[in-house]
Design a protein around this ligand. Structure first.
Ligand code: UD1
Length: 418
C-alpha cells in the first residue's frame, strides 16, 4: 500500500505552525546515547521513518529505544551488540553513525556498507580514514566494514571534503581516544554543533564545533543526559519556500533564524518580506517573486537539502535562474517532475537553468527521494488545480506530518491510501 498526497494548489497560504525537531540532528544524538550506558532522553525528536530506522539499529545492538509524543528514550544499559545489518543500513545511510560510538564503547564494530541510492554511490571513505588515524583497523568482508581498535589514540585529522557524517563519527570516537584529537576542515553544520553540545553535557571536552577546527580532549567518562534537539532548519526552509511559492502570509514558530541566514537572505532578495520575532519567522509575499541563482555549498552556504524546493520556487519567479548543485551533482530527480507541472527547465551538467513561467498546472508526479519530494510539495502548492504526489514514503522519511503542517497554513492537501 502506497500513500499519495493530493494537493489543490494555486492558492495563497495563511497561518501559523510550530516546527518539528531536527531529523538530521536527532540521528547522531541517538547514536551518541551508546557512548553512555544508561538512559538518554532526547526531547522534540520527530516521528519519522528515519528516526524509527535508527531506533531499530539501536535495538539490534541490544538497546531499548522508544519514541513517545516527541520524547525519544534510549536505554543503552544492555547495548552489547556491535553489528549493524544490511537490511537496516541500506534503508538509511545515517545508520553508519553507530560506527564511532561502537568503536568507542566496544573497540569493535561490524557495519554494512550503505551501497547506492537515488543520489548515486554513498561513500564512507572519509569516516574510515579518520578512524584509522585514531588507531582503528578496518577490513571489508562480504559488503561489511569490520572495525577493531585495542586502544584509540588522539590524532590530527584533516578532511579532504567537509562531511557531516564523518565529522560526527570522528567526534564520537574521539571522546574515547587518549589525548587530543584535532579535526580540520570539519563540517560546521548546526547538527554537528548540537551533537558536540550534547556530548559536552554528557561530560566530553569538545571545543570549536561550528568552526572548521574542532578539538576533542579524551578520554572522558560520559553519562546519560536529558537533551532537547534543535529545530529542523530544512523543514523550516521548505515551509518558508512553500509560502513564498504559493504567496500569502505564514508564521513558523520555534525556528532558529540564525541557522537559516542564507535562505532568509535569498528569500528577501527574491522579493519576500521576512520578519523575525523571537523564535518566530514570519514570511509574506504580495507580488510575483524575482529569480535568484543559488549554488549549494557546505554550511553556511545554501543547503543541498533545500535545492529542490528552491528550484520549484524559481519555476514561477520572474526571469531566469541558475541552480547549481555541488554537494550531490545528481540530485535533480525533481526536475522532470516539475516540468510535468509546466516548469521550463534545462539541465546542464550539475546545474539546471530555470525560466520562470506565469503559472504551473497540477499533474500527477512522483517522489524519488526525500528532498525531491519536498520540491514537489512546493510545486504542487503553487500549481493551479490538482496535483497527485505519488510515492510519499520518500517524503515521510524526512518531513513529520507534512500534510498537517500544510493544512495549518491553510493549504488543501490530503493523504490518500491506494
Ligand atoms: C548529511 C545530511 C544530508 C545532507 C548532507 C549534506 C544527515 C543524516 N544527512 O548527509 O541530509 O544532504 O549532509 O549537507 O545528516 N563524502 C565522501 N566520503 C565520505 C562521506 C561523504 O566522499 O566518506 C561526500 C559525499 O558524497 C558528499 C559530501 O561528501 O558529496 C558531503 O556528504 P556528507 O556531509 O557526509 O553527507 P551526510 O552526512 O551523508
Amino acid at each position: 500500500m502506497m500513500d499519495r498526497l493530493t494537493v489543490q494548489g494555486g492558492k495563497p497560504l495563511y497561518g501559523t505552525v510550530k516546527v518539528s525537531g531536527s531529523k538530521n540532528a536527532t540521528l547522531p544524538l541517538m547514536a551518541a546515547a551508546l557512548l553512555a550506558p544508561g538512559t538518554t532522553v532526547i526531547n522534540d525528536a520527530p516521528d519519522l521513518q528515519d528516526i524509527r530506522t535508527m531506533g531499530m539499529v539501536l535495538r539490534v545492538l541490544g538497546a531499548e529505544a522508544k519514541l513517545d509524543s516527541g520524547v525519544m528514550t534510549v536505554d543503552t544499559t544492555n547495548a552489547n551488540g556491535w553489528e549493524a545489518p544490511y537490511e537496516l543500513v541500506r534503508k538509511m545511510r545515517a545508520s553508519f553513525y553507530v560506527l564511532g560510538p561502537l568503536i568507542a564503547r566496544h573497540g569493535r564494530a561490524k557495519i554494512s556498507l550503505p551501497g547506492g541510492c537515488a543520489l548515486g554511490p554513498r561513500p564512507v571513505d572519509l569516516h574510515i580514514k579518520a578512524l584509522t588515524k585514531l588507531g582503528c583497523r578496518f577490513d571489508l568482508d562480504s559488503g561489511y566494514v569490520l572495525a577493531e581498535a585495542d586502544k584509540l589514540i588522539g590524532a590530527r585529522i584533516n578532511f579532504d571534503i567537509s562531511s557531516v557524517g564523518a565529522t560526527g563519527n570522528t567526534i564520537m570516537a574521539a571522546t574515547a581516544a587518549q589525548g587530543e584529537t584535532v579535526i580540520e576542515n570539519a563540517a560546521c553544520e548546526p547538527e554537528i554543533v548540537d551533537l558536540a553540545d550534547m556530548l559536552n553535557a554528557m561530560g566530553a571536552k569538545i571545543v570549536g564545533a561550528g568552526t572548521p577546527k574542532i578539538t576533542i580532549e579524551g578520554p572522558t567518562p560520559l553519562h546519560p543526559v536529558n537533551w532537547k534537539v534543535i529545530p529542523d532548519r530544512i523543514e523550516v526552509g521548505t515551509l518558508l519556500i512553500a509560502g513564498a511559492a504559493a504567496g500569502g502570509n505564514i508564521t513558523l514558530e520555534g525556528a532558529r533564524s540564525d541557522h537559516l541566514s542564507i535562505i532568509l537572505t535569498k528569500l528577501i532578495e527574491s522579493g519576500a518580506q521576512i520578519d523575525l520575532q523571537g523564535g518566530n519567522i514570519k514570511l509574506s509575499v504580495s507580488d510575483r517573486l524575482r529569480s535568484s541563482d543559488i549554488t549549494t555549498a557546505i554550511y553556511p552556504g545554501f543547503p543541498t537539502d533545500l535545492q529542490a524546493p528552491w528550484t520549484a520556487l524559481m519555476a514561477l519567479a520572474e526571469g531566469t535562474s541558475m541552480i547549481t548543485e555541488t554537494i550531490y551533482p545528481e540530485r535533480f530527480n525533481h526536475v522532470p517532475e516539475l516540468i510535468r507541472l509546466g516548469g521550463e527547465m534545462k539541465m546542464k551538467l550539475n546545474s539546471v537553468q530555470v525560466s520562470g513561467v506565469q503559472s504551473l498546472k497540477g499533474a500527477t508526479v512522483m517522489c524519488s527521494d526525500i528532498r525531491a519530494g519536498a520540491g514537489l510539495v512546493v510545486g504542487a502548492l503553487a500549481a493551479k488545480g490538482t496535483t497527485d504526489i505519488l510515492r510519499v514514503y520518500h517524503l515521510d522519511r524526512g518531513y513529520e506530518k507534512i500534510e498537517d503542517k500544510v493544512r495549518a497554513l491553510g493549504g488543501t492537501i490530503e493523504r490518500m491510501r491506494d
